[in-house]
Design a protein around this ligand. Structure first.
Ligand SMILES: Nc1ncnc2c1ncn2[C@@H]1O[C@H](COP(=O)(O)OP(=O)(O)O)[C@@H](O)[C@H]1O
Ligand SMILES: [Mg+2]
Length: 250
């Protein structure tokens, strides 16, 4: 099976700072990947070179068989790259339903669905994520958890092949996380969406959802392994505990 996404030696610098350092990775259709790493390790930047906010100085990005390394960001969503933002930025005065419909209009169906059909897709997605009672409210009036749900619904309404979630569940109550993980997993499996969830802390969302974990440290990929194996890796333990595990010297 050809990978859905392939990065080869991707480097992104800001001046002298190497934010993403020769990262290579592959993601298969329908896979669940957790990308973890401390604050400043390059997660958001990696995410932004995949969705085209930044072009890398070096390396290649291939999505669904197509080289997208220097493709404009607005041309990536129609190919099937959906995203959520670390800080949701809804159209605050538009309704929840309208915000989600915008996702449908700019996703893989863009140019093929009109307003009515987009609203229909929004209604279906709203039901999936359980926002029915809020759908006609102004997006700006939602609680933070509801905003995150709306953000995920908006991304799902894009009908992506790959969903990039940047700290989508950070700050949420564990019960809400469990619920959200359950339905993202269900929808993604049904619709064969590959999900890449980026989080600072190794949290239950990653452990519960990801089949594989990629660990970034100072911009470089240091571990890429099945979740349990990755979390037990001494390099990962060292990063998160701040000192080397016993028997590893220093
Ligand atoms: N637009 C930018 N300009 C300059 N430096 C940046 C910019 N965005 C991120 N960085 C730097 O790149 C590094 C990686 O940041 P980031 O990708 O946001 O990490 P993470 O999401 O893992 O916290 C950090 O050192 C950060 O300060
Ligand atoms: Mg970040």
């Amino acid at each position: 099976m050809a990978p859905l996404l392939r990065l080869e030696n991707v480097t992104k610098r800001f001046g002298g700072l190497v934010a993403v350092d020769r990262v290579s990775l592959e993601i298969d259709p329908g896979e669940f990947i957790g990308i973890v790493g401390p604050n400043g390790s390059g997660k958001t930047t990696l995410f932004n070179v995949i969705n085209g906010v930044y072009f890398p100085e070096e390396g290649t990005i291939v999505f669904d068989g197509r080289d997208i390394t220097r493709l404009q960001p607005y041309k990536r969503a129609p190919l099937g790259i959906g995203r959520t933002f670390q800080i949701p930025r809804p159209f605050a005065s538009a309704t929840v339903r309208e915000n989600i419909a915008v996702g449908a209009m700019f996703g893989t169906l863009s140019g093929r669905v009109g307003v009515d059909e987009s609203l229909e897709i929004a209604d279906q997605t709203i039901e999936r994520v359980g926002l029915q009672e809020h759908k006609d409210k102004a997006a700006g009036s939602l609680t933070p958890v509801e905003k995150k749900l709306m953000e995920i619904a908006r991304a799902l309404a894009m009908k992506p092949k790959l969903l990039l979630m940047d700290e989508a569940m950070a700050g949420m109550h564990p019960n809400d996380i469990d619920q959200m993980v359950a339905f993202i997993k269900e929808i993604a499996q049904e619709e064969k969406i590959a999900v890449v969830s980026m989080v600072e802390h190794i949290m239950r969302a990653v452990v519960g959802m990801a089949e594989r974990v990629i660990v970034l440290h100072q911009g470089a990929k240091i571990v890429d392994a099945p979740t349990k194996e990755a979390l037990e890796n001494p390099k990962v333990v060292e990063i998160y505990l701040g000192h080397p595990p016993e028997g590893q010297g220093c």
